[in-house]
Design a protein around this ligand. Structure first.
Ligand code: PEP
Length: 229
């Protein structure tokens, strides 16, 4: 199973360091066969010694250059970062990332051999229209994306379940993952209010290969409780 923690705009360099040290201790005490990923804010990226994979939540699709406020490949290479989240609904919505922008990031980081966790998800009004509409909406988020890319992990994250405390139901996750697996043969994570109290139900679902966790990953105890469940 894959357990990925997305800190978003939470944690500092100091608290991320402490978090990773605590996580290391827990893993050392009880080694896990699961794959763990941590996505701290960019300011907290550093040379951490850990068996968890450290990735970034975003970067600009250029090696370097005049892109004020952004970081590119050169800055990631300094810390040997080779994993990136692309297409998160918060970037699509708040940062106005269109499918064109998302796919150009995807292609740039693919060409540079990055492992990509590519996020897709539908808003509530689409979910309310039924499964066919959901799949039409999700399929459009694969436009310009090489779904056969070898270093690709998909995260299905219904937007209405992100940060709301309301996870999708087992039936909703199960049927959407089943349909997605017919389109894309890659590890498929679920994301959206996954937490210690529902993690066992979620990872038991056929077609769920792991979880992308926001809020419940902010505390190392809660995140580790999920991994250890
Ligand atoms: C996310 O933003 O990727 C996410 C899944 O957040 P949360 O777990 O807080 O719903």
């Amino acid at each position: 199973m894959i357990f990925a923690g997305n800190f978003k705009t939470n944690h500092t360099r100091v608290s991320t360091k402490r978090y990773i040290e605590d996580l290391n201790k827990k893993i050392e005490y009880a080694p896990t066969e699961h794959s763990i990923y941590i996505f701290p804010p960019l300011m907290a990226i550093d040379n951490y010694e850990t068996s968890a994979t450290i990735g970034v939540q975003n970067a600009y699709p250029a090696e370097n250059g005049a892109f004020t406020g952004e970081i590119g490949l050169e800055q990631l290479e300094e810390f040997k970062i080779k994993t990136i989240l692309i297409g998160h609904s918060e970037r699509r919505e708040h940062l106005r990332e269109s499918q064109d922008i998302v796919s150009s990031k995807f292609n740039f980081f693919k060409e540079n051999g990055f492992e990509i966790i590519y996020c897709i998800g539908e808003p509530l009004e689409i979910r309310d229209m039924g499964d066919d509409e959901v799949m039409r909406y999700l399929s459009a988020q694969f436009e310009g994306i090489d779904i056969n890319y070898e270093n690709l992990i998909i995260a299905y994250e219904p937007i209405w379940a992100i940060g709301t405390g309301r996870s999708a139901t087992v039936e909703e996750i199960s049927s959407t993952h089943k349909s997605l697996k017919e389109i894309v043969n890659k590890p498929l994570l679920y994301g959206g209010s996954a937490k210690p109290s529902n993690i066992q139900d979620i990872i038991a679902i056929d077609g769920v290969d792991g979880v992308l966790v926001g809020s419940a990953s902010l505390s190392v105890n809660s995140f580790y409780e999920m991994i250890n469940s």
